[in-house]
Unconditional design. Sequence first.
Length: 532
Amino acid sequence: MPNLSSILPAVSPLLLFAVGSIPDIWANRHVAMIRNLVMTIAYLACCLSFATAILLALNGPLDVVYFKLSWPLPVAFGIYIDRVAIVMLILISFIGLVISRYSLRYLDGEATQGRFLRWISFTLGSVMLMVISRNLVMFTAAWMLTSFGLHQLLTYYPDRSWAVWAARKKFLVSRLGDLMLLSALGLTFWQLGSSEYTNLFAAMNDSPTETTLLVTLIGVFLALGALSKSAQFPFHTWLPDTMETPTPVSALMHAGIINAGGFLVIRLSPLISHSPPALKLLTLVGGFTALFGSVVMLTQTSIKRSLAYSTIAQMGFMMLQCGLGAYSAAMLHIVAHSLYKAYSFLSCGSVLESAARVRTDSGPPPSLLRRLVVLPVATAVGLGLCVAPVWLMKIDPHTKSGAAVLGVVLNIAIIQMLWNSFSAGSWRLAVRSLCAGAMVTFSYYAAFLGMNNILADTVPHLTMPPSPMDTIVFGIVTLGFGLICILQLVFIPLTNLPFVRALYVHAMNGLYLDIPARRLTARFWGQSAPVQ
């Protein structure tokens, strides 16, 4: 019989589901009650997640069975909370609290605010259930419920034709991801005879070097499902088109739901690590998507679309780290990106208003000659800032290849920041940039070591040296982002050249990689894309 401590983690998703089950008519008529109810549950969920973390620290992982079914599949319904789950649970409950609070003011006065809050609660409950699920059957069911709730939020304004069109495109991609996950579930039952995490992890630990064809296929299907959920190429096209949805939905989608793919890979990393093709798939697709999303992001004129392509690129980094076996670095990436992206979406309107009110007189831009002269200095200082914490904290990049990927990209970003500040010719700006660069680099590596220690006994740590293909991908990603920085240097002087303008237009349109998805959506729904 489960005790109180084992029931606490399930309270939050159950209460959120209860709010989500309220009929739309009743919710819209009793908006004040729904608002109070949603905020009370949001605060309670956040408190319970921290309480669960304390229980985890005192008693170890929670593996609780509430009831069992023997037909049509042998499934035990309950919760499984370890360090991977608790990190995500705290993150989701905190972001859910912020988004719920923001939604009260954002939709204040709308006649259908009750319906919106109802579906926000339902979606948050689905994500929490997905995190605390104790087996792959529960995970798959919560995965589909999350997609269903998000679809209702994306179509919150049914009179916006483009929003409905984007939701339909997302619907098709989600069903493809569901098919991949269901295929992995079926093969898992066939090969291993169970969907329980504890049984799966034990089976993989008992045969650390054995890899069968079915285990390989399971890993590939799981990787494909994760790529579809996290908007990776070629499943990325729906995300930039969902900008007509309310801002709280964008924040929830980019800071929470989009991480489901990464969480799937990290959650089942003991199984996926036995599938080399799945790891290679994550490495190749993640590396390409990171570069593609970063280039397209720079050309967007809409701040929301720019943030959307930023999310695509960031998820590409995260998948690349998973493919290299750096699951701790990937989890850190999820946490940092979620907090940053939630803040970015919830504040993008006020940022534009502030920018419109501020007048700047920065004088003429620095000459190209000055920027070229300063570049070697900025590069040397930036390398020093990034190498120093690695040396002081005794981090071996050969055994932490996934962390090194983000470290290299971070190094490029630091160099670019120093380059711009040094070129401005202001000593005050240069000193502030140096301090900011040192703080960011030391904070990143310290946070990585902390996350690595938290997940030390939960996820596998691949200490093998990177394969030749991993090295090639690593070099391409590094070279690609170096070229992007150089492109930003030479782009302004070359904007009048016809081929540069053409490249800009192509990149601004996402290199037209969304055309197949648009045609498929039009064929399936019998309706062409509306004019945006």
